[in-house]
Design a protein around this ligand. Structure first.
Ligand code: NDP
Length: 237
């Protein structure tokens, strides 16, 4: 049985991924900041005989390494790590470059950029024991510098996802035995997706989960270090 570990599983795309991987016969190690209050996640895991969710705050190294210790007690290996947890700036989606709040930007970078770096580091021993050896960093089309437009001013969040794309490259250069990619999940109907105030996101959580699972299953060595669309095509940096 293949094992997948997902961060930020309490709601949104992370919870959608949990449900999709459970449906497809994987062992799912679901992690989130506060497993006690994540009621939908809790019932999904209990009803499908999956391990209980593990507490993991991607903005805290203590929490990340403690979670890695806990996880190593319940599984021998991890095939796929999905760094999904992410946050937007407090004034998202109106976040001009002039006037960025330093503390808030640090919170966003700590979660969206340093989080995936440290989570990957902490789970590397288990990933190296897995067969698939895949790390997926959930990025965003708004992290494409080529695609930046003056009509979409979300400085902090977009910069954090552009940085995540670069982080993905360097992880891939260093972790040559793994496939490391950044994937943009499309515009999905989640709390964050709806906060863009641009209308209703076209993609459902379950639809995004299905497409992501398929693309992640089809990843090959030559994809490593690239920024991909939800369908697996190369996306413009
Ligand atoms: P949501 O806001 O719906 O969910 C975010 C998830 O991340 C929650 O489970 C939240 O947990 C978790 N999270 C936030 N901070 C932390 C942390 N420090 N440690 C652990 N978990 C944390 O967002 P989405 O589901 O939409 O987003 C998931 C990913 O997809 C993000 O990386 C986002 O940037 C990306 N994305 C989303 C798009 C969309 O259209 N929705 C488009 C492009 C990219 P908690 O419940 O504890 O707050």
């Amino acid at each position: 049985m293949k094992t997948v570990l997902i961060t930020g599983s309490s709601r949104g795309i992370g919870l959608g991924l949990v449900k999709e991987y459970v449906k497809n016969g994987y062992k799912v190690v679901a992690t989130c900041r506060d497993p006690e209050t994540a009621s939908d996640l809790k019932s999904t895991l209990a009803e499908t005989n999956q391990p209980s969710a593990i507490a993991l705050d991607v903005a805290s190294d203590d929490s990340i390494f403690k979670a890695a210790e806990e996880v190593s007690k319940i599984v021998d290996s991890i095939d796929i790590l999905i760094n999904n947890a992410g946050v937007a700036a407090k004034n998202h989606p109106n976040d001009p470059a002039i006037g960025v709040d330093r503390e808030d930007a640090l919170r966003v970078y700590s979660t969206n950029v340093i989080g995936p770096l440290k989570v990957t580091e902490a789970f590397l021993p288990l990933l190296r024991k897995g067969n698939e050896k895949k790390v997926v960093n959930i990025s965003s089309s708004s992290g494409s510098i080529a695609g930046a437009t003056p009509s979409f001013v979300i400085t902090t969040y977009c910069a954090s996802k552009a940085a995540l794309n670069m982080v993905t490259r360097y992880q891939a250069f260093e972790l040559k035995d793994l496939i490391v990619v950044a994937i943009e999940p499309g515009w999905v109907n989640t709390d964050m997706g709806r906060s863009d105030c641009l209308g209703t996101p076209p993609l459902s959580i379950s639809g995004a989960g299905r497409k992501l699972l398929r693309t992640i299953s089809n990843l090959k060595e030559s994809d490593s270090s690239w920024f991909l669309s939800i369908n697996g095509d190369r996306y413009s940096f």
